[in-house]
Structures are given as C-alpha cells and as structure tokens.
Design a protein around this ligand. Structure first.
Ligand code: WTA
Length: 663
C-alpha cells in the first residue's frame, strides 16, 4: 500500500483500486479533514438521514452569517421548490474576502499567471477587499441596484474575480459569458438575463493571440438597447471603438471611490448568479443559483473533496466563463481563505510545460483540470513534465469521463504517485461536486467518480420503465433522490423548463441527463449524456443549438448534428447538412458552414466535419433519426437496427457514400 497502488478487489472487473498514497499523507500539513472511509460513511449517513442536523451544523461552521437561520430546508424535488437556510442573511463577498482580510490582510488571495510567463502578479486579501470595494462603488454609481443582473465578458485576469465579488457585494447578480462566445451568443445572454451593464476588457490575450473582446461586446450591444453602460478594463492598450456616455474605463472610474463599501445584506435564497448552459433544445438555459446554498456547496467540497488547508495554493485551470471557474477558481478557495491561481493562458503556450512550470514555481498543492487538457499534454510527451511539483497533494479531474490510461498518466507522470487523483462528477446545475472521491480518504478506481458527496442520494433508473433499479452491478440513468444546498433553483424566466428538464422526467427525482453504472462495490461510473448534449473538450454543447446555427445559413435546408468520439477532444461535432437546390456543393460551402457556427455560437462549437448530403434520414412523420447518422460515422452501418420506419430507406446508402468519399 506504500506505493499507493493495491490491485485488490474487482478481479472480475479487471480494475485496480488506488488508495490515497502514503507519500501524499507524509507531506500533508497536518492530516486530512476526514480521517477514514468509515468516518466518511458515518457523516454521509447522517447527511442523508438527518439532513437538517447535518446541514445546519455545516452551514454555521463554514459560512459567516449576518443573521442566523431557523429552518434548514423546505420544499421538495417533486415540486422543484427547494429552499435552504431561509431566514439566514449573509453576503457572498464578505464570506470570500472580508473575513479573511480582517484576520490576515497580507495573505495572498489571487496568484495571477499572465499569458506571458513572468508578467503576472499577486493580490493579497487586503488588496482584494479594496479592489472589490472600489469596483462595487463604480457599479453602484453606474446605476446597478440590488437584484440587477450584470453581464461579465472577461478573460482570465484578476479583475474577473474582482468583478464577480463586486457585483455580489452590492447584491446584484452576475451573469458571466465565456469570452470565447460570439457576439450573437453574448447578445442572447445579455437580453435573456436583462443585464443593464456589461464588464469587459479592451482585448484579451490567450496563447499569444489577441481576442477583440470590446469589439465583440460592441457588436452584441447593437441589439441590446437596455444596456446603459460598459465598464472596460484596459488589458492590452489597443485602439478600440468608444461610445461616449456608455463606455467607461475601469482605471479611471475605480480611482474615484473609497476603498471600502459595506456589503449588502442578502437573504439566503436571493439569487447569486446566472450561468447559461446548453440543454436538449436550442435555447441556452440561464441556470440560477442562490446565495447561501451555493456558497455552502462550494466551501464544503473545497474542504472535504479537495481537503483544502489554510496554507494551500490552489490552481483550477477552468475558465470563469464556465461553472468550474465559478465554483473552483473563485468561490471554493476564497471561501476557505486560501490562495487561488487565475491563469490567463493555455496549457500549450509558450510550450507544453506551462501548467507544470506554474505548479512548480507557485508551490501549488492542488491542481484541477479537464481530461481534454491532460490528453493533449500526455500526447505532447513526458519530456515536458520536467519540474518536480513536489507540493502537489491533490490532482482533480472534471467535466468529462477520464480514460483509465489518462488517469494513470496523471497519477504517475504528473503526480509521481505522491498525489491523490479525484475524478469529480458534477454539473452547472449541481453547483458543486456531487459524485467524487474525497482527497486523502476515498479509494479510487481510474475512470470512476466513485462515491456520492454528502447529501447526495443517487438513484440508477431504468430509462424504459422509469423505475429505480436497486442493488449493485446495475446500469441506467442517473438521478438524485434528495435536494442538496447548491442545486440550481430555477432556469431564469423559464421555471416550467426547469421543472420539465430536471424534475418531471422521473417524478420525485432530480434527473442529471447522464447515463451511469453502479458497480459491485457501489462505485459510480458516469457513461455520458443520454440527451442531445455533446461534450467537446469539456465544453457542454447542444446539438440543437448548432443545428439552429447551421439553418441560419441561406443555403441550408436541413441540418442534423451528432457527437462522435474523438481522441483529443472527447467528443467532436459532426454535421450533416441538406442544402437547398441551386447551391454548389464544394469546400468553400463547407468552410462557410463552419464559419456560420463560429459566428453564431463561438469557435469552440465549430463542427470538425461537415457532410453535405442529399437528404437526412427521417421517419415518415419527419423526425430526424440521428441514431442512424451515429452508426454510419462509427462504421457500423450493418448494425443500423430497425430502418423500416425511415420514409426513404435508400438515404442510408447515399449518406454512407458521402461519408466514405470524404474520409
Ligand atoms: C459531464 C461541468 C464524467 C457530464 C462541471 C455532466 C462528467 C456534464 C464529469 C456537465 C466526470 C462532468 N466524469 N462526466 N467527472 N464531470 N461530466 O454543466 O455529462 O459544463 O452532465 O459542468 O459534464 O457539464 P457542465
């Protein structure tokens, strides 16, 4: 066990079990917050059978309240109306900043690693409090009031964290839009969230390339008449278009205001943020999280999943434009008062050693990233992993399934068998990790997200009958049986959609949209989405949204998009397009269609392949059978199953020919 590897159990399943490595425990500053698997089991049991007692204690232990709560939880999954700590009052920025700044103003809060190595800087908790306060004043003076939404279109710079905390300090709601989204996507999210102010930079800088953020904002805002102001942080000093009276420079504004503003006292269930994510249908959903429950989920998982301790230096490689960045770049580490890395660049710039150099130089104890980056770096070669990274204790994986060989590479080559790998499963809607090992505690099996976090009661459901399948060694779709504090409370402006997507599919359960298995030891294995969501490089995309983008092109009659497995990106987008008569089929058109998706959604959603076909496989009632397209792409056209429902069975052969000719 000393080498952390014990190929016990599961002979029938041919899976190794890895225990927390002894070397990780040897370099631990004290000992893990949870002492043993038995202690986890006992706490877990309490969280499920006595949730009021368990969560009441956790809520008081981890958050600072302006006013205590009496009621721990009300509502049900059945009704989709869960609420937590209802009478409690608190402020998120106070919890992330003030309480640490008071005790320890010189402690580093933010480690900024700029795109160019050595151009970064640190911000202490004291400095963070001043920056957040000045920015909060600025937003307030721009007319932002409690309950208003502020859109954030920022690259990964310290000001992204400052902005989020400034927004919640005055009781407003942040709606971050990933700075890789197109102007059209930004516009849709600004309008849907009713944002009145947008915060951005003149430009962004990533992987040595410039991104015209302000230009994109300008283009988006042409169709957003309700946006009164744009606050622009000067990142590169580029010449940018300016709308007098609407646009304000960050550095000129913040200078005008005092370095302290009192935090607005918020109710536990007041909205904290909106974050748009993709679902089965075309329109992105504005997932809404509320204050206390979300913060508790972030703090709890930071403490118990990552086993964060006071002097730790935490590096999550996620972007603040996605939920991973929200919870694990910003909220979890700051709620616990440790130092968090804001990394502006990419793992490949200036070379494939960038992550490893940061981890080594900054004495990082925790690293958390998506498998897509690990696949890229594994392929680049072990020679790039030159540095010692001797402080690493925890290596996290997030956002997509991690293949066993990538898991092992992470453990052996990156972690040198001295760090515990935690494969954390969760979603934008769950707010924080829900099925995950606890660092230093849970034995792990490569490829399995292992066991449920506190308060999460998983159920495997038979998708055909809708019945829960009890016992071990079972497969089905994954749902949860009890509400938990950090679950999303609604889809902004579309509560009906929230109910239909998550609670009405299997009554009394929260439905995740993922397939999963529970093995003979009760470990969970996430199989991937069972709906029309594809996961490209850890980015969650809706096939319907990409189809809608393609159909906007004048030459397109119909489009069907499917996800196919891809060695590097996990899944890749493949599009089948039937074009209107009179258009030439050529490479220029294919390129144009890819451009259409880039423009409509963003570069990260671009199809890897576009097949122009005479017709799509449809049932007699006109429903597109994507299953057939997936089979053709997988070279399994002999296993198409029942095709008698196709309105024109000859279409299969025609599509097959197009795919084969293209390859
Ligand atoms: C997938 C990202 C396997 C899953 C935090 C989920 C995972 C979707 C894992 C949510 C994991 C996330 N193993 N699959 N450890 N973590 N997923 O909302 O399909 O961007 O439903 O949140 O990512 O994606 P989202």
């Amino acid at each position: 066990m000393a080498d952390g590897k014990t190929p016990v159990v599961a002979e029938a399943h041919q899976v190794d079990t890895f225990h927390p490595p002894q070397k990780m425990l040897d370099k631990h500053p004290s000992k893990p917050h949870i002492g043993s698997v038995e202690e986890y089991q006992q706490m877990y049991k309490e969280s499920i059978t006595e949730p009021d007692k368990f969560w009441g204690r956790m809520g008081r232990d981890l958050l600072s309240w302006q006013r205590d709560f009496d009621t721990v939880r009300v509502g049900s999954l059945q009704n989709g109306d869960s609420a937590w700590f209802v009478e409690g009052q608190l402020n998120a920025s106070y919890n992330c900043v003030d309480r640490h700044a008071i005790k320890n103003p010189n402690k580093v809060a933010i480690i900024y690693e700029a795109d160019e190595p050595n151009e970064g800087r640190n911000l202490t908790y004291g400095e963070l409090l001043r920056e957040v306060s000045k920015t909060a004043w600025t937003l307030k003076k721009m007319g932002v009031q409690k309950g208003d939404t502020v859109a954030v279109y920022l690259p990964m710079i310290p000001e992204a964290i400052v902005t989020l905390l400034a927004i919640v300090r005055i009781g407003a709601v942040h709606s971050v839009v990933f700075a890789g989204f197109s102007a059209d996507s930004l516009r849709d999210r600004v309008i849907d969230g009713r944002s009145k102010v947008v915060v951005t930079t003149d430009e962004g800088k990533r992987g040595g390339k410039l991104i015209g953020t302000k230009k994109i904002v300008d283009e988006a805002l042409r169709q957003c008449p309700d946006v009164a102001h744009v606050l622009v942080y000067k990142r590169t000093g580029a010449d940018i278009p300016w709308t007098a009276g609407r646009d304000y420079w960050w550095h000129e504004e913040v200078e005008k205001w005092p370095s302290y503003i009192a935090p607005e006292i918020m109710n536990a269930e007041d909205p904290l943020f909106l974050l748009y994510t993709s679902g089965s249908t075309g329109k992105p959903k504005g997932v809404m999280h509320t204050t206390a429950g979300y913060l508790l989920g972030a703090a709890m998982t930071g403490k118990y999943v990552f086993d964060i301790h006071d002097d730790d230096r935490y590096f999550c490689g996620g972007d603040v434009g996605w939920i991973t960045g929200h919870t694990y770049v910003v909220y979890a580490p700051l709620l616990l008062g440790v130092s968090t890395v804001v990394f502006e660049g990419t793992p490949a710039y200036p070379n494939f050693s960038r992550y490893w150099d940061i981890i080594d130089q900054q004495k990082i104890t925790h690293f958390y990233v998506a498998p897509t980056a690990l696949r890229l770096l594994k392929r680049a070669g072990d020679d790039f992993v030159k540095t010692k990274m001797s402080h690493l204790r925890v290596l996290g994986s997030v956002g997509e399934p991690i293949a066993a060989e990538v898991w092992k590479w992470y453990f052996e080559v990156v972690g040198r068998e001295e760090a515990h790998v935690v494969d954390t499963y969760w979603q934008t809607e769950t707010g924080s990790n829900v099925i995950t090992p606890l660092a230093g505690v849970t034995p792990t099996k490569p490829g399995s997200a292992s066991l449920p976090f506190f308060g999460i009661e998983p159920a495997i459901i038979d998708p055909v009958s809708g019945d829960e399948i009890h016992g071990n060694d079972v497969e089905g779709v994954l749902a949860f049986k009890q509400p938990w504090p950090s679950m999303a409370r609604t889809v902004y402006g579309a509560h009906k959609r929230y109910m239909e997507t998550y609670f009405n599919v299997y009554k009394g359960y929260y439905f995740t949209g993922d397939g999963a298995g529970r093995d003979h030891e009760g470990f969970y294995w996430i199989r991937g989405r069972v709906d029309d969501v594809v996961n490209v490089s850890g980015h969650r995309l809706s096939t319907a949204e990409i189809e809608a983008a393609l159909i906007e092109h004048h030459a397109v009659a119909e489009a069907a998009v499917v996800g196919v497995s891809d060695e590097l990106t996990g899944q890749a987008v493949n599009a089948f397009v039937a074009i209107k008569d009179g258009n030439d089929v050529n490479d220029a058109l294919r390129k144009d269609l890819i451009l259409q998706v880039r423009k409509s959604i963003g570069p990260f959603a671009a199809p890897k392949a576009v097949y122009i076909v005479p017709d799509l496989p449809k049932t007699r009632s006109g429903k597109i059978m994507r299953r057939i397209l997936r089979k053709i792409l997988a070279g399994e056209e002999d296993q198409l199953g029942d095709v008698t429902t196709l309105s024109d069975p000859t279409v299969v052969e025609k599509i097959n020919r197009v795919v084969h000719d293209a390859r």
